[in-house]
Design a protein. Structure first.
Length: 451
């Protein structure tokens, strides 16, 4: 039980505010993207500044509370919310300062991809982020950040110049190539293991109109479409990214589709995409020139808030026939019309970075093979979770022992080592230096899985 005098003192130190379970906004604030997460913090600190985060760290230590940190609240594992502890909510920290001459942006941790894209595109600029715009920039970047610009400009974490981070001892540090370089290495892929990042400085790139959208074929054509897609994607230039996937359209028809993003001269992109668009009489073709913000928002409708989510994922180096057969077989029996199975391409510049350059180790031409299961009714939990696990197990002969940390669920602690591969021990050592007591453990925690 937190004493009232301690709570009053804590409140007096904040520019932001505190929510308790009886407060009107408490339930809305503790709710996140995944409706399966139903945890109740003892209190929520809605921070307005880095100084508020420092105060939260001090209060946590004084009261011996568990903590969790929320940015955009879009992570499937629900690590942003703790039971009975202090939830540090950064979602109101939305400062964004674009320097178009230096091509840099300083972005606070409460921004979503949509917020950042909007502000940077006002100057015709962008930095690599993800592909669903309500996602928070903080969790995405700290885990790596795979998205449409990866082929041409690398991952989100590859475009970091520096971060402001509050560490376990309550210090606000700058981590950059010349300041705490070991910490800077670790936050680029190491997730929330090292501290609370309050702002990010990114490099920006010129990004104008793009060729984007998607094309789809009946599921029955998948065994012909996907081998062509495999070869086509492997030969594509850095400026082109191609994500394949299985999904269900509004009339209940199951289809296989490819979403595209060409970041370059529009006429060149349209010419390069002709072979794909001419393949096998597609049932839908929505590929067209569009603004970058529209490209980034293109997948939003498929992932509304309030659904129940259970995901599995692994990296896939080659789309072999056996893997295609498994994907087609399971898609045909998928229990939810909202579920998608995706192949998010990672190639080009994102794959050329040395595996040891950042904590994100998985630098290959590959796909993030995503089983994004979602449904509405809690009564359907067991069959959707079972289907997801069975599909993931059936794909095991073709996928790598590697996973993108941002896709790990709440029940996958045994896969944390696989998220970092050869970089795991180095990340554990940096964690031990800056957080020797494992103060920050409401995450995909590396300290708990060291040998």
């Amino acid at each position: 039980m937190i004493k009232q005098c301690a709570l009053d003192d804590f409140r007096s130190k904040l520019r932001g505010d505190i929510l308790l379970p009886q407060d009107a906004d408490y339930d809305a604030t503790r709710r996140i993207f995944n409706a399966m997460i139903d945890r109740r913090p003892a209190l929520i600190a809605r921070c307005a500044s880095a100084a508020d985060v420092v105060a939260c760290i001090g209060f946590k230590r004084a009261e011996a509370l568990e903590i969790s940190v929320r940015g955009g609240g879009h992570n499937v594992s629900g690590k942003a919310v703790c039971d009975g502890g202090l939830m540090i909510d950064l979602s109101r920290m939305k400062g964004c300062r674009v320097d178009p001459l230096r091509r840099r942006v300083r972005a606070e941790a409460g921004l979503t991809l949509a917020d950042l894209d909007r502000d940077c595109q006002a100057f015709g600029l962008a930095t690599p982020t993800g592909i669903v715009s309500p996602t928070g920039i903080a969790g995405l970047t700290l885990g790596g950040g795979i998205g449409w610009l990866g082929g041409k400009h690398g991952l989100s974490c590859d475009n970091l110049e520096s971060v402001d981070i509050v560490t376990a001892d309550g210090r606000l540090l700058v981590a950059a190539p010349t300041e705490h370089p070991d910490l800077f290495w670790a936050v680029r892929g190491g997730g929330a293991n090292l501290g609370v990042v309050t702002s990010f400085e990114y490099r920006l790139h010129e990004v104008g109109p793009v060729v984007g959208g998607g094309i789809a074929w009946p599921l029955a054509r998948a065994k012909h479409v996907l081998p062509f897609y495999d070869e086509f994607a492997r030969a594509c230039p850095d400026e082109l990214s191609l994500n394949a996937g299985f999904f269900t359209v509004e009339d209940g028809t199951k289809v296989v589709g490819v979403k595209v993003a060409w970041i370059g001269p529009l006429d060149v992109g349209e010419r390069l995409l002709k072979p794909l668009r001419s393949l096998d009489s597609p049932v839908a073709d929505g590929i067209a020139p569009m603004g970058f913000v529209d490209l980034q928002r293109g997948g939003d409708g498929a992932f509304p808030r309030g659904r129940r989510h259970y995901w599995k994922a692994s990296f896939l180096r080659r789309l072999e026939q056996g893997a295609i057969d498994v994907l087609v077989e399971f898609t045909a029996t998928c229990p939810s019309p909202y579920t998608q199975v995706g192949l998010q391409q990672m190639h080009g510049q994102a794959a050329r970075v040395s595996p040891t350059e950042t904590a994100f180790a998985h630098r290959h031409d590959q796909w993030d093979c995503l089983i994004l299961t979602q449904w509405d009714d809690a009564a359907d939990d067991e069959r959707n979770i079972r289907w997801t696990r069975e599909l993931h197990a059936a794909l095991r002969p073709w996928v790598e022992d590697a996973v993108y940390v941002n896709n790990l669920g709440d029940d996958e602690a045994d896969r944390v080592r696989s998220a970092y591969g050869a970089n795991f021990d180095r990340l554990v050592a940096v964690k031990a230096k800056y957080d020797p007591d494992n103060f920050f453990r409401g995450n995909q925690n590396v300290a708990e899985h060291r040998i």
